[in-house]
Design a protein around this ligand. Structure first.
Ligand code: HEC
Length: 273
C-alpha cells in the first residue's frame, strides 16, 4: 500500500516531459518553478505557463500578463509578494524565485512579453535517439513526390533518415492549395510530419482532413481562413508539437482549446495589440 502514491505519480507523468526544456531566459524559470502546477498535467486556476500563447492567454480569471506593464501583471504580483503571503507563487512549500529570476520576468513583461526563442523548447539531450517520426518513406517517395507535383504542392524529405517523414510545402504557389488538395494527399498522408499551409486557401473543412494525418508534428496555418471550429478538429493529433495560428480567424476560444492539446509545445496565435 505504501507504494501506491509513487505508482500513481509515475502513471500521470507525460512521457515526453522529462527530455524537453525551454531554451533560454523565461521558459526555464517558468518550467522549473511553475509548470508542475501550471503545465500539461495540472492547470491550477486554469493557467498554463509552458507555452508563450498559454501564458498570454492567462487563467480562468483572465490575463495574468499585461505586455509592457509588469506592475499591472498578476503573474509579476504573484512572484513579488512578501514571504508568507498566501498568494505568493510558487505556492506550497516550494522556494521562492531568485531575485535574478524576478528581474528577468519583469524585464520580459516590460519588453512586451515577446514570443522570443526564450519559449522554444529544445531536447535536453541531443544524443538520445528520437523514435521514428513516420513509416519508412523509401518505398513511396517517388509516388509521394509525383502526387504532390500533380497537385501543385511539394513533398520533401525532412532529413536523410528515412523514418523522419516528409514536409508538405506550398510556398511556391500557396493559392493552389485548398481543401481538395489536402484530401487528395490521403495515400501518403501518414508520411507527412510538417505541413506548411500559410497563406493557402484551406478552411475548417480541410482541418477535418488534416485531423487524420496521425504523424503530423508541425502545422503552420498563418493567414488562412481557419477558425476555432477548425482547431477543435485537430485535437485528435497526438504528435502535434507546433501549431501556428497567427492571423487566422481563430479567436481566444480556439487558442484556449489548442493550449490544452497535450502534445503542443509551441503555440503561436497572439494576434498582436
Ligand atoms: C504547487 C503548485 C503551484 C506552483 C508550483 C505554482 N502555482 Fe501558481 N497557482 C497555484 C494554485 C493552486 C493557484 C490558484 C489559487 C490562487 O489563486 O492562489 C495558482 C494561481 C496562480 C496565479 C493566479 C491566476 C489567477 O488569475 O487567479 C498566477 C498568476 C500563478 N499561479 C502564477 C504562478 C507562477 C508564475 C508560478 C511559478 C513561479 C506558479 N504559479 C507556481 C499553484 C501553484
Amino acid at each position: 500500500m505504501r507504494f501506491l502514491p509513487l505508482v500513481l505519480i509515475a502513471a500521470v507523468l507525460p512521457c515526453r516531459a522529462e527530455n524537453v526544456t525551454f531554451a533560454t531566459a523565461i521558459g526555464p524559470v517558468l518550467e522549473h518553478n511553475c509548470t508542475k502546477c501550471h503545465g500539461p498535467t495540472k492547470q491550477k486556476a486554469g493557467l498554463r505557463l509552458d507555452t508563450h500563447a498559454a501564458a498570454i492567454l492567462g487563467s480562468k480569471e483572465g490575463a495574468v500578463v499585461n505586455p509592457g506593464d509588469p506592475e499591472g501583471s498578476e503573474l509579476i504580483r504573484r512572484v513579488t509578494l512578501p514571504p508568507g503571503d498566501e498568494d505568493l507563487m510558487p505556492s506550497g512549500d516550494q522556494p521562492p524565485l531568485s531575485p535574478q529570476d524576478v528581474v528577468a520576468l519583469k524585464a520580459w513583461v516590460a519588453a512586451g512579453a515577446p514570443a522570443t526563442e526564450a519559449f522554444e523548447p529544445v531536447y535536453a539531450d541531443r544524443n538520445t535517439p528520437l523514435p521514428p517520426a513516420a513509416p519508412d518513406y523509401r518505398p513511396r517517395l517517388g509516388q509521394a513526390i509525383a502526387l504532390a507535383r500533380s497537385l501543385g504542392v511539394a513533398l520533401v524529405p525532412r532529413s536523410r533518415v528515412p523514418t523522419d517523414g516528409l514536409i508538405l510545402r506550398t510556398a511556391g504557389a500557396p493559392s493552389q492549395c485548398d481543401d481538395t488538395v489536402l484530401s487528395r494527399l490521403a495515400p501518403v498522408s501518414d508520411l507527412i510530419v510538417e505541413a506548411e499551409l500559410a497563406r493557402t486557401r484551406v478552411t475548417d473543412q480541410g482541418m477535418a482532413v488534416v485531423a487524420s494525418w496521425t504523424n503530423l508534428e508541425r502545422l503552420d496555418l498563418t493567414r488562412t481562413r481557419v477558425s476555432s471550429d477548425g482547431v477543435a478538429q485537430l485535437s485528435s493529433l497526438r504528435r502535434l508539437e507546433t501549431l501556428n495560428l497567427t492571423q487566422t480567424q481563430v479567436d481566444s476560444r480556439g487558442l484556449a482549446l489548442a493550449a490544452k492539446f497535450r502534445s503542443v509545445r509551441h503555440l503561436w496565435g497572439f494576434m498582436g495589440p
